[in-house]
Write a protein that binds this ligand. Structure first.
Ligand code: GLA
Length: 718
């Protein structure tokens, strides 16, 4: 998978059907050559498009030698004439930030090493190969290692970077990107996933002009406002055609995806922890590990890129136990009764749930301290036995006696002003002495950079969870970070707090996941405000959005689907308006599926449909969880939103089509990609179609399609 030509000093990474090629020049600089569809030969040095340019500083005597402003850089260094974003910036003991790294050595080894303290993809020795390139700045003693993992048969490369101070004086890392790639494909479009609370990951596409564009979060979390994932593609790329590159950060904190189109119309993508809120003090002998970034390439548009990332996450990132395990159909108490519940109401909800095929009751916010609204008690993870009419174990036993599993909500990272925890430890909240503490949803954020805070949270959560039969935990986080400073760190380490917070969060997750390996964790941050690959390493599913209106969900789930598998998207049928009850079902079915409404307040004719919906879920969820996902139209531009889940063996598929408005200019046929042209498929009504007809002529939409509703067709090969 990874080869090194010692004569030309060229590395060739063969990732699935793609090639990634770079070489070491005479100066020890690492020069990027190519990323794209597979090339048999990596011999590209003679073809290099080097041209000396005025105002582009160079090294060596002749103009034809290395100018970092002209040659493509594999990991752009800082301060010697590369004016596009640097990948690494280090403030040295002399006070300047010039950082010049040169190749020292490399290793190529089977498998993939873990990243200390960070979530990352994993692989067995026969599933992947990892290249580690050591570079050094002789003047400061800084050593940087670039890691590249190539996975068997997948067109995706995992990259990360570590920095070690081998000098005798302390230095400060001001930027250490996880990934940088220079593209020479001419003009490219940038696709990104901006949003807000309740409208996360809205697909956005723009033609890149000259200059810089940054997709970022400075909010402490990966955020609703921008996802740590971007696509660069041919201006003509579609779902099924054209070159598309996808890059994604396996990280849940502040990030920057910087895109720069240079004077040579070269596009540089740099992805990593956001440098604006990052300073890391590196004493002699210390090492810093940057998070992992994943990059993939497709020569057949966005669809193939999506399949690559979905497969990669299913095989190498999500908790393996849950990849093929059906998730229980749940009913969540939040939109059913918010804070207004008691034992009787919960048992009544559970009883109706069990009678209608639902498999788990999740008790959401409001069960601890004296929390009857959102102004109090976060941090006090003590059961409100008066409200629950007994202990958590008793409630859980009663729910189990109904034949249901039981799940519980936590918001571990937060503290209310009105809480025993804050009264005992006001210094545990993130804050700056002498400044007003900002609130969000009446609450503050705990300083997870402090190990004693993480220890407290571990024991508080562990004791509740160990006290009762709990099969599921929803992990919420309902505000963004402010006054990010820590009382225990010295001034030169205050720039580390944002990242140390995320390391504390990962440590807490890791300890709880290890302690309770059977529990299904669902991530959440006011809906999908921390929907990223870092969280997915611990939580195989994440609540996609607090917006459960099934029409708004079309765009949210569409944007989420570009990188994240459908099995990771928390989606429930609720009372939120937006078409009828029948329409809410297929939209929720395209994610983890469940209910979030008071079953005992529903119109009886709707309640009566739930057993059939649960049955359909059991028949079809394997296609959603394990199949290839195809976006047929876009809710951002088309009047109809349609998608498919196709089994890997192409013998079965599910077609969903949602018609939100009557539009007389709409489709009468939909061409269905991803099928076997030689097979004949039969739908549930017994209609038969050849694969080639469905693929090329299209599936004829039936006349009732002209009404506003959702359609679900299940086809199997005969
Ligand atoms: C957030 C979550 C909701 C719910 C509430 C409870 O908004 O996204 O699903 O858990 O908190 O307060």
């Amino acid at each position: 998978m990874i080869t090194f030509n010692a004569a030309t000093k060229t590395f060739h990474l063969n990732a699935g059907d793609t090639s990634y090629i770079f070489y070491i020049d005479g100066d020890g600089a690492i020069v990027h050559l190519y990323y794209g569809p597979h090339l048999e030969s990596a011999d590209l040095i003679p073809l290099q498009d080097y041209r000396p340019l005025a105002f582009s500083p160079y090294h060596g005597e002749a103009l034809s030698t290395h100018s970092p402003d002209v040659l493509m850089q594999e990991y752009p260094i800082h301060g010697i004439g590369d004016y596009s974003p640097s990948a690494v910036v280090v403030r040295n003991a002399q006070g300047n930030d010039i950082t010049v790294l040169r190749y020292v050595s490399h290793t190529i080894a089977p498998g993939k090493p873990a990243l200390s303290g960070l979530p990352a993809t994993f692989a067995k020795a026969d599933e992947a190969q990892t290249l580690a390139i050591l570079m050094r700045d002789d003047l400061t003693g800084l050593e940087v290692t670039l890691y590249y993992t190539v996975f068997k048969d997948l067109p995706v490369i995992a990259r990360s970077t570590s920095a070690t101070n081998r000098g005798s004086a302390a230095i400060t890392l001001e930027k250490l990107a996880s990934l940088s790639v220079d593209f020479t494909d001419g003009p490219l479009d940038l696709c990104s996933f901006p949003g807000a609370h309740a409208r996360e990951r809205q697909f956005q596409r723009e033609r890149l002009p000259f200059g810089r564009r940054v997709c970022e979060s400075l909010r402490g979390y990966s955020s609703h406002q921008m996802n740590p994932a971007v696509i660069l593609c041919d201006p003509t790329a579609t779902e099924t055609a054209g070159r598309a590159y996808g890059a994604l950060l396996v990280y849940s904190g502040n990030f920057a995806a910087e895109v720069d189109v240079t004077q040579l119309r070269r596009t540089r993508l740099t992805l990593g922890i956001h440098p604006q809120t990052f300073r890391w003090h590196l004493a002699p002998g210390e090492t810093f590990q940057a998070p992992e970034a994943l990059i993939g390439c497709s020569d057949q548009g966005f669809g193939k890129l999506t399949h690559a990332f979905h497969d990669l996450m299913r095989q190498h990132l999500l908790p393996p136990k849950w990849v093929d395990t059906p998730r229980p159909i749940l009913v969540n108490s939040w939109e059913a009764m918010f804070f207004n519940f008691n034992r009787e109401k919960l048992l009544a909800l559970g009883k109706t749930a069990a009678e209608h095929g639902i498999e788990m009751l999740v008790l959401d916010d409001g069960w601890f301290g004296h929390r009857d609204d959102d102004t109090t008690s976060l941090g006090d993870w003590t059961v409100n036995t008066a409200k629950l009419g007994g202990t958590m174990a008793q409630l859980s036993d009663d729910i189990h006696a109904l034949g249901l599993k039981f799940g519980l909500w936590f918001e571990p990272e937060m503290v209310s002003e009105d809480s025993e925890l804050f009264r005992a430890h006001p210094e545990w909240a993130l804050q700056v002495p002498g400044r007003t503490r900002s609130l969000g949803r009446h609450q503050m954020v705990l300083d997870l950079s402090r190990p004693e805070v993480v220890d407290y949270l571990y024991s508080a959560l562990e004791s509740v969870v160990a006290s009762a039969r709990i099969e599921y935990i929803k992990w919420d986080a309902n505000r963004h970070l402010t006054e990010v400073a820590s009382a225990t760190l010295p001034p030169e380490r205050q720039g580390e707090v944002f990242h140390r917070y995320i390391l504390g969060l990962y440590d807490l997750h890791n300890r709880l996941v290890k302690r309770f390996p059977e529990i299904l964790f669902e991530g959440c941050s006011g809906g999908g405000g921390r929907f990223d690959a870092g969280m997915l390493y611990y939580c195989p599913q994440i609540w996609c959005s607090d917006n459960t209106n099934c029409l708004d969900r079309l765009a949210i789930q569409h944007g989420t689907s570009f990188f994240y598998p459908c099995s990771t998207m928390g989606a429930h049928v609720t009372v939120s308006d937006g078409l009828d009850f029948d329409t809410r079902f297929p939209v929720a079915l395209a994610g983890t599926f469940g209910y979030e409404l008071d079953l005992n307040q529903m119109p009886p004719e709707q309640l009566a449909k739930i057993p059939e919906q649960c049955k359909r879920f059991h028949e079809l969820h394997h296609l959603v969880d394990q199949g290839d996902y195809y976006r047929l139209t876009s809710p951002m531009t088309d009047s109809v939103t349609a998608w498919m889940h196709v089994a890997k063996d192409q013998r079965e598929f599910l077609l969903t089509c949602v018609v939100p408005i009557r539009d007389y200019a709409m489709y009468t046929r939909l061409r269905l990609p991803g099928l076997d042209p030689s097979l004949t498929y039969e739908d549930d009504a017994g209609n038969r179609y050849r694969g080639d007809v469905l693929m090329n002529y299209g599936f004829p939409l039936p006349p009732e399609y002209w009404s506003v509703k959702a359609f679900l067709w299940h086809f199997t090969a005969i």
